[in-house]
Design a protein around this ligand. Sequence first.
Ligand SMILES: *Cc1c(COP(=O)(O)O)cnc(C)c1O
Length: 361
Amino acid sequence: MSFRPPVRDDLAELPGYHSPQLDVEHRLNTNESPEPPPAGFQQAVVDRVAALDWHRYPDRGVTELRTKLAAHHAAAHPGITADNIFVANGSNEVLQTIMLAWGGPGRSILTFEPTYAMHGQIARVTGTGVVEVERQDAFTIDADHAIETLVAQKPIVTFLCSPNNPTGIVEPPALVERVLDTVSEFGLLVVDEAYAQFSDWTALDLSDEDKPLIVTRTFSKTWAMAAARLGYLIAPAWVIERLNTAILPYHLDAVSQAAGSAALDFEDEMNARVARMVEQRGTIQAGLADLGIEFWPSQSNFVLFRPPNSTGNEVWQQLVDRGVLVRNCASWPRLDGCLRITVGTGVENRAFLDALADIVA
Ligand SMILES: *Cc1c(COP(=O)(O)O)cnc(C)c1O
């Protein structure tokens, strides 16, 4: 066999991030929107793509999309301008760019576990250390313990996820404010708000040019555009300047930029879709309560639950056998026996609840 150069020592040991897909009738495992974007969106993208200059590089500054995003957010948060916005290929690339700029050997980030696994994963891939702080039994954060640890560890980036994936819990404003005040002495606070539209408050309420706060968002969930790979962040202008140093030139292709700009003309439809998901979330939670199944009240488009008398794996398989795929978190650290269902259409959620009733009977 020919020589195969070894990768970096720290990468060799690192497991990848997996989200297995199966060919089943109801795919409720990756928190996508169960509904496609509105029909008018498809035509708007086609028209924009037809008018592209394919022989030219895309707008490196992503000007139109950033301007439209600023207008979208300025309605509720008037200080936000295009200078406060950075867009990339999914919020995962947004997070990676933060780590390219602020992470690296000799530096550490801090996470509150369990949370979105990619925060730690991206840090490790960029050679950054990871400090994991445990949540309390109900998956909430003990504020005093959090502040003590932050002061002792002084991580360059602290991650919060609100609503938190995979628990669905929103962090209280007072906690986020205390964490932000504390890290302001030595680092950045990233609040991953991939699911913010499903919850009742946003950390954007705390944003200010003088505070080291970064809020990340995605088009993959509420905007029903997971196929496009678009995410962005909102932060002080000095943060955006640093990110632009770390990112590759022309990183965001013209088609993605066009799709994002087109989507923002359909805000009312997006809000209506979110309202339907929130209503359906209520149906799922009521159904789980009726079955006497433990779950965590969610402010997101998914619900974490723990089937009784099971390692979780059997119930997951029995759901698959009935055509319903949910996320199997049963063997994830701190989530013994838990499964996570993404809110689907009314028909899909009914299929899930009927299958589950059948299984636990
Ligand atoms: C789904 C998800 C993302 C993902 O984003 P992309 O924009 O699709 O890369 C980021 N953060 C959290 C917490 C998520 O659940």
